[in-house]
Design a protein around this ligand. Structure first.
Ligand SMILES: [Zn+2]
Length: 124
């Protein structure tokens, strides 16, 4: 992957810095509410078909392909998380989170990329 010099220039842009500050604030507030930003996405396994989901009690759990709940001590093991953000021309930031993880059910190692967007209301 080639590094773009354009990106470092964007980071010096006050509008960009303002967006980052806004985004940081949103994340901080979410932290206070107890959102796990270490793992903000649900993962799933492409090998055995299990998926992560939220229980009625609001905790994270894994459902097997047939819909049954996996044992409580089973979890996806995240090896690496990479995050890249991009400034959108129409305002806002799009960020890509790439997870490298091992399925707690079948042990398959896989990589998945989630894309999120943070749009800011027009300030003017
Ligand atoms: Zn699996």
């Amino acid at each position: 992957m080639a590094k773009k010099t354009q990106k470092s220039d964007l980071r010096k842009d006050p509008a960009y810095q303002e967006l980052v500050a806004s985004l940081t604030k949103v994340i901080d507030e979410a932290y206070v509410k107890g959102v796990d930003f270490n793992r903000e996405h649900f993962l799933n396994c492409y090998a055995c078909g299990c998926v992560e989901g939220m229980t009625e009690k609001g905790s994270r759990t894994i459902y097997l392909k047939d819909g049954t709940v996996a044992a409580l001590d089973v979890d996806f093991r995240v090896i690496d998380i990479k995050r890249r953000d991009y400034v959108l021309k129409r305002g806002g930031i799009r960020w890509r989170t790439t997870y490298l993880y091992v399925c707690g059910i079948c042990g398959a190692e896989q990589k998945v990329c989630h894309v999120d967007e943070f749009s800011k209301q027009e300030p003017h």
